[in-house]
Design a protein around this ligand. Structure first.
Ligand code: SF4
Length: 387
């Protein structure tokens, strides 16, 4: 009997992927001339500071191996679809496709690239929950290949087969997943009921801890997991979350350095991917303002449900959602509101300055640069997997 899940050591391309797919009979039900859609994980793109791709994006190399295999199988209509989060206006899915070498797949194999954010949608009602709007191409594909990365996620612990399917949702529905009710995990209970992948392949060439972005650390694991069942159970002990001070006043590093004054409660599941990088930026900038003396008494909130507390000189509210959630909050002495969905980076920086934090912007730009380059010249980390 063929195994339900295959786990293969990556020894080279295109052989290892072929082995993984054949071991779980991944293409057994795929007829020639079927329309195939591959859904990799291309979470977002940044055209200013390069994102170290290891464990963040599905490797382009394995996607190409999959295309080769499909071609050999006789498939002619192959599409690759994703709906990347736009952190910078206008820099979305197509920028990620371009930056990760997908244009060469178009030229070499005639595959079609699909931006899920741009096309039409199909709706799906979650039992006891909201209506989701899903990219039509994902719903109508004859054979969907779900191609996530082996990574952890600071809000959902792991980001494997199920979480990758969230990329098929329209932006408005992605945001709804982060609403306080019915909650992120509840939404995922049903996501595979509407988007049904025929084959799920977990790209574990690199595994990422403290994902989903490159601020966590990637490890060269060199494994491929494949299954016709998206709910595969592959457990790996990687840290999935960032530590926070016991009194919830900021990341553990604040406690370690003795930062006091500013309070940054830990992000919760209502924080969307659009605001997540801003939360990280604020942590670094607050740290940059610390000179050993107590910082001004400020509380900084994000997401959709945090409530400002009394005792602060000012409260910085980052994003339309948290502004709305605290509209009538009587504990706020001085509100510094950064509107936007997500807000503009510069306006967040200006808000911190308005709150009398003497931040050093260069510290953050330097941090981003360092994060983008941290695997350069390290053994086992090759940018060729993403070209
Ligand atoms: S403001 Fe931020 S948290 Fe609110 S919906 Fe927009 S991106 Fe999400």
């Amino acid at each position: 009997m063929k195994p339900l899940i295959s786990l293969v050591q990556y020894a080279g391309s295109p052989g290892s992927l072929r082995e993984a797919v054949e071991l779980c009979s991944g293409l057994e039900k795929l007829e020639r001339n079927t329309r195939v859609l591959i859904k990799p994980n291309l979470i977002t793109w940044d055209d200013q500071f390069k994102i170290a791709p290891f464990g963040v994006f599905t490797t382009t190399r394995l996607v190409e191996d999959m295309v080769i295999m499909l071609k050999d199988h006789g498939c002619r209509e192959i599409s690759i679809g994703e709906g990347s989060v736009q952190i910078q206006k206008g820099i979305g899915t197509m920028a990620a496709f371009t930056g990760l070498g997908y244009i060469s797949l178009v030229k070499k194999y005639g595959v079609k690239l699909v931006d899920f954010n741009a096309g039409k949608s199909v709706d799906f009602k979650i039992p006891g929950g909201p209506i989701f709007y899903i990219a039509r191409e994902a719903m109508e594909s004859d054979f969907l290949i779900n191609f996530p990365v082996l990574k952890t996620h600071a809000q959902t612990k792991v980001s494997l087969g199920l979480k990758n399917l969230k990329g098929c949702l329209k932006t408005s529905s992605k945001k709804i997943c982060h609403h306080a009710s019915p909650g992120l995990e509840y939404c995922f209970t049903f996501i595979a009921d509407c988007i049904k992948p025929a084959l799920t392949i977990v790209d574990g060439i690199y595994a990422l801890e403290r994902g989903p972005l490159h601020f966590g650390n990637a490890f060269r694991k060199g494994v491929i997991v494949a299954s016709r069942d998206a709910l595969e159970n592959h457990i790996k002990a990687l840290k999935w979350d960032w530590g926070w001070a016991k009194d919830n006043t900021g990341p553990s590093i604040f406690e370690k350095f003795g930062v006091t004054g500013v309070t940054l409660p830990k992000y919760d599941e209502t924080l969307c991917s659009g605001c997540t990088p801003l939360a990280n930026m604020v942590n670094i900038l607050v740290l940059s303002a610390f000179t050993g003396q107590p910082l001004p008494k400020i509380e900084i909130l994000n997401g959709k449900k945090m409530q400002a507390r009394s005792g602060y000189d000012s409260t910085v509210l980052i994003g339309d959602c948290i502004i709305k959630a605290n509209k009538e909050n009587v504990h706020i002495r001085k509100a510094i509101r950064v509107a936007g969905c997500p807000p503009d980076t510069k306006e967040v920086i200006d808000a911190l300055k308005e709150a009398e934090l003497h931040i050093d912007e260069l510290a953050y730009w330097g941090y981003l640069k360092q994060q983008g380059e941290k695997y350069d010249n390290q053994e086992g980390y090759s940018w060729d997997f993403y070209r």
